[in-house]
Each structure stands twice: as structure tokens, then as C-alpha cells.
Design a protein around this ligand. Structure first.
Ligand code: CMC
Length: 430
């Protein structure tokens, strides 16, 4: 009968070891027993960038990258994008089940009533330079929240965690909108509790002298769907940062600021911004073949293409491509769409991209929608951060409840000098 074990022969010593296999993995710590001598530390794995290492057990998000499948708590992303709303999805990610009506109402009320920020946070934001990047303002201000909610340090208390989760999901759109208003020199707009999550965000962004900001319902729904699609994506760079920082029992504001900083990079959440800059650089459809040629020759990347996990069409990109058509009916067609479609058409026929399984990812079309909705390019990573906060918090909470987890502390292979004696400056030469 087949056994769920792996037999390893160490050819250095001729010894054999039987290592348990569970969930398609072996425990790296089980390799430690494999030694050449008593003083040997034991075998480790070397896995820069976590290419083949599961860092946790998680019941939140499932991805099958080969088949292009994404599910939150078992629900296909396509169904959630079609039928749910962002606040319901955030509840699902955090609590594991879709809410009953009373649970949803209580949750929506809790989030709505935490949307205000302390006046001193507003003053803090006033201190940013007039041309500060909104993502930089967001990262810093999320971190600064920890100085206002000192109770948040009590991370082992589930009640305290619940309160910080409400605060963070509620306040991130307010801070994001204030960052935008600051960058355009307009007065901050306070939250309107009579509006839904996305509509309130749009009001804080764009309300001027009118008493109530009425956003176009198609655009409100489009933004809400984009929030659903970006809410979680299992163990990516920013989520891993959230878990790693949180594993020291740091408060969630500090951990979320670190996660947001990780998200900002152009290889992660900053890619949607990079896509738009790339489309600007290409300029016209007829220059697409030349651009693709340059990428293949090693001059830059086709931004918005490729993914560490998806080796198929990113299911979020498919939904966003459809959503773009609905948005463009309201806003008018973004002329860069033609360049993007041409890039996709050529790349998907080109052996370079096909053989490497490089397909459009979530960021390829989202920027076109954001731009059509009049968001400046600098705001794109901010728009990613707002919904991803719910995913980070679900992952952080799961990590703190997981008995397997400890403070994150990878090993290294030391490649530096052996021991040597200190020399005074006069002995060191030139
Ligand atoms: N354009 C051209 N070549 C690419 C691209 C691209 N966008 N992505 C990967 N490659 C090539 C890469 O050069 C390598 O080629 P070779 O085998 O000849 O060296 C091969 O494909 C494998 O790539 P990799 O760098 O080993 O893949 P990775 O898993 O380390 O990187 C990635 C994944 C997303 C960082 C990368 O595909 C990339 O930089 N894409 C562009 C940036 C982007 O769109 N990022 C958004 C990711 S989705 C949103 C999110 O989750 O944050």
C-alpha cells in the first residue's frame, strides 16, 4: 500500500530517512535531522522569494494558477463580482461565511461609523509636501494611526482585533480620499454615512460645493466590483509582509503600513500605474510591434503581464476587461484601450510570451478604467490598497489564531568572511 512518506538517501553518509508527507508538503524542519556529523547544524532548504515554500495554512483564498481559478472562502471570484458587494466580501474574508441580513447590517453600520478620522490625522496629512505621492501619504498615515489607537497593541485580544479591523477597513478610504484632495489642493470632504462604501469614497474624492455628491451608479458599481476583485490574493508580497510584521505581535496599523509599502512597488500593486505609463510611452497602436520586440530583447517588461502564480489568464483580468466596456459607455472610450488590446493580441500569439505562460494580469486593464473615471495615475496603487486592507486583516487575524505560527524568522546561508581580527584605521592601508 502507498505510504504518505518520502524516503531520502543522504549520499554523503549513506543514511536513509523517512519523512512524512501531508497536504503535498514535507516540513522543512524534518530535514534538520539529516546531518553529516553530530556538530552539523542539519539540512535546510534554500528558497529565495519563496518559490516553493508554503509559509502557512490558510482557509481564506484559493488559487489554481494553472487553470486560472480564484475563490474567496470557496466562492468563485466571478460569482462574487457578479452578485455580491465589497462590504459583504470583506465580511466573508474575515469571518469565513457570507453574512445573514442582520449580520450584514450590523457589519455595514460598524464600518460606516468608523469612517471619520481624528482631526489631528488631518493636520498630520496637511504637513505633506504639495506634490507628495498619495500612496506615500497613505502608507505613512496608516502607520500613524497606531499612535491614535494605542489599544491596538493588544493583538492577542480578539475583541480588540475586531475593533481595529473595523477601524482600518472604514478609515482607509477616508485617508485615501484626503491624500487625493491634498494633492490637488482641495479641502477635505468628510464621510457621508448615508452612502455605501464605494459611493462614500467617491463623494470624499469629488464633492465640491453641492450639498450631496451623486455618483453615477454604473461607476459606483464598477468601483465596488474592482474592490471585490482586489480584496485578497493569498500569500503575495504585501500579504506576506502583513503576516511577517504581525508575527512579532506588532499592532495592525504598523503591520498594514508595511503591507501597503510592499504593495506600492511596480512589480506588485504599482503595476497598474506602470501599465498606464507604458501605454503612454508606446503612444500609438502602430508602435506596439516595436515595443514587443524591445521587451523580447530584454529592454523592460510588458507591464500588466505575467504572474508568479497564474500561468493562465488571470480570472480578474477577464472580469475587468468586461467591466471596462460598461464604464466606457458612461465615460467614453479610453483611447489607450486600443493600444492595450493590440498588445494583448500580439503577445498572446508570440512564442516568447506563450512559452513563458505570460498572460494579462489584474493590472493590465484596471488602470484604463481608473483613468476613464478620472483618477490620476498616482492614485492607482491607492485604489488597490483600499480593498486589499480587508484581505490583509483576514490573513493577519488567521495568523494570530494559528497555533503553528511563531515570529517569522527565515534562515540564511552565510557567504561572508570567516572570523578575522579588527585592525585600527592606521593599519588598514588605502
Ligand atoms: N514581460 C516580459 N517578460 C516577462 C514578464 C513581463 N511582464 N514577466 C515575466 N517575464 C519573463 C521573465 O523575464 C522570465 O524570462 P526568462 O525565463 O527568459 O528569464 C520569465 O518570464 C519568468 O519570469 P519571472 O521574473 O521568473 O517570474 P516571477 O514569477 O518572478 O515574476 C512578476 C512575476 C509578476 C513579478 C513578473 O511577471 C512581472 O514583473 N510582471 C510585470 C509586472 C506586473 O504586471 N506585476 C503585477 C502582478 S499582478 C498584481 C499583483 O498581484 O500585485
Amino acid at each position: 500500500m502507498a505510504k504518505n512518506t518520502l524516503t531520502v538517501t543522504d549520499n554523503r553518509t549513506g543514511k536513509q530517512y523517512e519523512i512524512p508527507v501531508a497536504d503535498g508538503t514535507i516540513k522543512a524542519i524534518d530535514l534538520r535531522q539529516i546531518r553529516t556529523s553530530e556538530s552539523d547544524f542539519g539540512l535546510m532548504t534554500y528558497d529565495p522569494a519563496f518559490m516553493n515554500t508554503a509559509s502557512c495554512r490558510s482557509a481564506i483564498t484559493y488559487i489554481d494558477g494553472e487553470r486560472g481559478i480564484l475563490r474567496y472562502r470557496g466562492y468563485p471570484i466571478e460569482q462574487l463580482a457578479e452578485r455580491s458587494n465589497f462590504l459583504e466580501v470583506a465580511y466573508l474574508l474575515i469571518y469565513g461565511e457570507l453574512p445573514a441580513k442582520a449580520q450584514y447590517d450590523a457589519w455595514a453600520a460598524d464600518i460606516t461609523h468608523h469612517t471619520m478620522i481624528h482631526e489631528n490625522i488631518k493636520k498630520l496629512m496637511d504637513g505633506f509636501h504639495y506634490n507628495a505621492h498619495p500612496m506615500g501619504m497613505l502608507v505613512s498615515t496608516i502607520g500613524a494611526l497606531s499612535t491614535f489607537y494605542t489599544d491596538a497593541r493588544n493583538v492577542r485580544d480578539p475583541e480588540s482585533r475586531r475593533l481595529q479591523i473595523h477601524r482600518l477597513i472604514a478609515k482607509v478610504p477616508t485617508i485615501a480620499a484626503f491624500a487625493f484632495r491634498h494633492s490637488v489642493g482641495h479641502p477635505y470632504i468628510y464621510p457621508d454615512n448615508s452612502l455605501g462604501y464605494a459611493a462614500n469614497f467617491m463623494s470624499m474624492l469629488w464633492k465640491m460645493v453641492e450639498t450631496r455628491y451623486e455618483a453615477n451608479p454604473v461607476l459606483v458599481r464598477a468601483l465596488d466590483v474592482l474592490f471585490i476583485l482586489h480584496a485578497d490574493h493569498e500569500q503575495n508580497c504585501s500579504t506576506n509582509s502583513m503576516r511577517a510584521i504581525g508575527s512579532s505581535d506588532a499592532d495592525p496599523y504598523s503591520a498594514a503600513a508595511g503591507a501597503a509599502a510592499a504593495l506600492w512597488g511596480p512589480l506588485h500593486g504599482g503595476a497598474n500605474e506602470a501599465v498606464l505609463r507604458m501605454l503612454d510611452e508606446i503612444g500609438t497602436k502602430d508602435r506596439v510591434p516595436g515595443f514587443i520586440r524591445a521587451v523580447k530583447e530584454g529592454h523592460g517588461k510588458l507591464m500588466g503581464f505575467g504572474h508568479r502564480v497564474y500561468k493562465n489568464y488571470d480570472p480578474r483580468a477577464r472580469t475587468i476587461k468586461r467591466l471596462a466596456e460598461e464604464v466606457f459607455e458612461v465615460t467614453g472610450r479610453n483611447p489607450k484601450l486600443d493600444i492595450a488590446l493590440e498588445l494583448e493580441r500580439i503577445a498572446l500569439q508570440d512564442d516568447y510570451f506563450v512559452s513563458r505562460k505570460l498572460y494579462p494580469n489584474v493590472d493590465f486593464y484596471s488602470g484604463l478604467i481608473y483613468q476613464a473615471m478620472k483618477f490620476p495615475v498616482d492614485m492607482f496603487p491607492v485604489l488597490f490598497c483600499i480593498p486589499r486592507m480587508s484581505g490583509w486583516l483576514a490573513q493577519w487575524d488567521e495568523m494570530l489564531r494559528d497555533k503553528d505560527q511563531k515570529i517569522a524568522r527565515p534562515r540564511q546561508i552565510y557567504t561572508g568572511n570567516g572570523e578575522r581580527d579588527y585592525k585600527g584605521m592606521e593599519e588598514r592601508g588605502g
